[in-house]
Design a protein around this ligand. Structure first.
Ligand code: GDP
Ligand code: MG
Length: 612
């Protein structure tokens, strides 16, 4: 198929608007998969099936006959969620057009807006598709008007991906309205690395888009950035599973293995350009490496399982290099890992998978936090005569400087902000009021408020720290699930941040410490001491639980000591019962940790850190 008869397009939509279902229908329609086969062919990861969301961009090639000519269509199913924006942006780079899918019963939602602008900025030709017209409460006409008033998009295709109604109208629209890829088979090879993952049987798999030239098995190619050379092993298209072909040509998207295989998946730099050895080409403008913005600590309750936890984490991060990993040692929780994620959904999806994969005894996961920027005062040269660093980013509260250092050496502390887009139904009117209130309580500043017939689109500048504190759950709660949210980075801004610590008999419990805004410290502190008290067993002496900023105590609770008769009862009794108790204690020993003079069962931390 010549390049004029190729089309590369993606499907973009708000979550649940029917991207994956529609993709399946298109694959059936072109005979790529059998009708009625397994649903959601492109959602390959278990987590995608379970959660019903697409996490990694998935691709599939289709052959389609239009007006008696064969077309090679290449479909990319992109993640709808904002956490995976980098993944989305990369897949857009391989496309010339996009189907913008909108649910006829829901209309334009936050991720529709965000994804539209991402695709628009990339210059993609947009074909609006209104899906779920079969639903009784569908209002396709309203969605048509919304698409026109919000995005100036006209001539939508009205379909039902579920029943298949009018799905046949989509591909002719793609062929007529999406331009073919640019490029030439006669020019030297210029190939973009879009994605890569690890296959247990075959090693590192690369997903590539050929812009110019032809690449064949056995060719020697080179990474323009690292200058590392490789021989092409197998290559081919995803149809929908890997089908080997003799070559990949300008315009095509396909998979590739090197022979010998790439040793490290980290050598596959996404956005890298490849060329034939000796025929160097201009590299593509690299993609921005996504920065992790949400961090948690993960500790095994039983320290004997540290290695097992490490194995589980390594296994799960093989195919997701956006997760950062570092060893962490906590006085209270022992050895564990500090993990960094792109966003809150990314983090919670991983947590679920880790609990499944780890399978061992319980796992302790600390409350999510964000990076903070410490701007140092100009303190002149250091001992080596160099200027010291002016800024440090810390992703762990344990790295927060001591109070007197903050007072004397720190100019200011900054926290990351986001620009959030929220959509709320205009009726009932109190929804909007609730949402504005929620944003204000969370230190938000309104940037924009726009009405679109039945919908209000709000833009707020919000601290990311507030967002990781179940903001989305609260937003859904106050709008009966109707509001939607999407956000983008808005940089660091100066903020009044303090380190809140939990003290047990005056000893800080390191893993629980958090950096928070001064205005929320007291409420959080009070909640902490009450919660911690409720999970700690009484001991032979009184335990004082405090929440403090430096030396200033904000909240305090006391766990009373056992009364005498209770202990007497414990140690009295017959011989066998006593032996049993001692054995039980021995078995439980591994899970006990000392905070100062207080021995605390890991169950207390587990209870404290659990989300209910
Ligand atoms: P995605 O998150 O955009 O990939 O959405 P899915 O394709 O997973 O669809 C979300 C839900 O909507 C699923 O339960 C689908 O069965 C359902 N759905 C998708 N298309 C239609 C449609 O045309 N009509 C109806 N009634 N339901 C649909
Ligand atoms: Mg999906």
């Amino acid at each position: 198929v010549p390049i004029e008869r190729m089309r590369n397009f993606c499907v973009i939509a708000h979550i649940d608007h029917g991207k994956s279902t529609l993709s399946d229908r298109l694959l059936e329609l072109t005979g790529t998969i059998k009708p009625g086969g397994s649903a959601q062919v492109l959602d390959k990861l278990d987590v995608e099936r379970e959660r019903g969301i697409t996490v990694k961009a998935q691709t599939c090639t289709m052959l389609y006959n239009h007006k008696r000519e064969d077309y090679l269509l290449h479909l990319v199913d992109t993640p709808g969620h904002v956490d995976f924006r980098a993944e989305v942006a990369r897949s857009y780079a391989s496309c010339n057009g996009a189907l913008l899918v909108v649910d006829a019963s829901q209309g334009v939602q936050a991720q529709t807006v965000a994804n539209f602008y991402l695709a628009f900025a990339q210059g993609l030709s947009m074909i609006p598709v209104i899906n779920k017209v079969d639903l009784q409460h569908a209002e396709p006409q309203r969605a048509v008007e919304q698409l026109k008033s919000t995005f100036e998009l006209e001539d939508p295709v009205l379909v039902s991906a579920k029943t298949g109604l009018n799905v046949g109208g989509i591909l002719p629209a793609v062929i007529e309205r999406v331009p073919p890829p640019e490029g030439s088979v006669d020019k030297p090879l210029r190939m973009l690395l879009i994605d890569s993952w690890y296959s247990t049987y075959k090693g590192v798999v690369l997903l590539v888009r050929i812009f110019d030239g032809v690449v064949k098995q056995g060719d020697q190619i080179m990474s323009v950035s690292s200058k590392l050379k490789y021989f092409v092993g197998e290559l081919g298209i995803q149809y929908p599973t890997e089908v080997a072909t003799a070559s990949l040509r300008a315009g095509q998207v396909g998979y590739m293995y090197f022979n010998p295989g790439m040793k490290n998946i980290s050598d596959a730099k996404l956005g890298d350009t490849f060329c034939h050895v000796g025929k160097e080409v201009e590299p593509f403008r690299g993609f921005e490496e996504p920065q992790p913005m949400v961090f948690v600590g993960a500790f095994p309750t039983n320290q004997d399982e540290f290695q097992k936890l490490e194995d589980s984490i390594n296994q799960l991060t093989l195919n997701d290099r956006s997760i950062t990993i570092a060893k962490e040692s906590s006085h209270a929780l022992g050895l564990g890992w500090r993990l960094g994620f792109l966003g809150t959904l990314h983090c919670s999806v991983f947590e679920d998978r880790l609990r499944q994969e780890f399978g061992g005894s319980e796992l302790l996961i600390t409350a999510p936090t964000v990076p903070f920027k410490i701007v140092w005062r100009d303190i002149g040269k250091n001992k080596a005569g160099e200027d010291g660093p002016k800024e440090t980013i810390i992703t762990n509260p344990a790295l927060y400087p001591e109070e007197d250092v903050v007072r004397t050496k720190v100019e200011e502390i900054q926290e990351p902000f986001v620009l959030a887009t929220i959509t709320v139904p205009a009726e009932p009117a109190e929804f909007l009021g609730h949402v504005i209130e929620l944003c204000q309580e969370n230190r938000g500043t309104q940037v924009e408020l726009t009405w679109f017939s039945t919908q209000v689109i709000l833009k707020y500048k919000l601290p990311l720290l507030q967002l990781v504190d179940n903001f989305f759950g609260k937003l859904k709660g106050i709008t009966k699930g109707y509001a939607t949210l999407d956000y983008e980075d808005a940089g660091y801004m100066k903020s009044d941040i303090v380190k809140l610590e939990l003290l047990v008999n005056k000893e800080p419990v390191d893993a629980i410490a958090q950096l928070c805004h001064r205005s929320s410290a007291e409420r959080l502190g009070r909640m902490w001491v009450q919660r911690f008290k409720s999970f700690v067993d009484r001991q032979l002496f009184e335990i004082v639980v405090q929440a403090a900023i430096g030396k200033r105590v904000l909240a305090r609770e006391t766990v009373q000591a056992f009364r005498k008769d209770v202990t007497a009862k414990l140690y009295g009794g017959d011989h066998t019962r006593r032996k049993k108790l001692l054995e039980k204690q021995k078995a439980g020993k591994k899970k006990l940790r000392a905070i100062g003079n207080v021995i605390i069962d890991q169950k207390a931390f587990q209870g404290f850190l659990s989300k209910d």
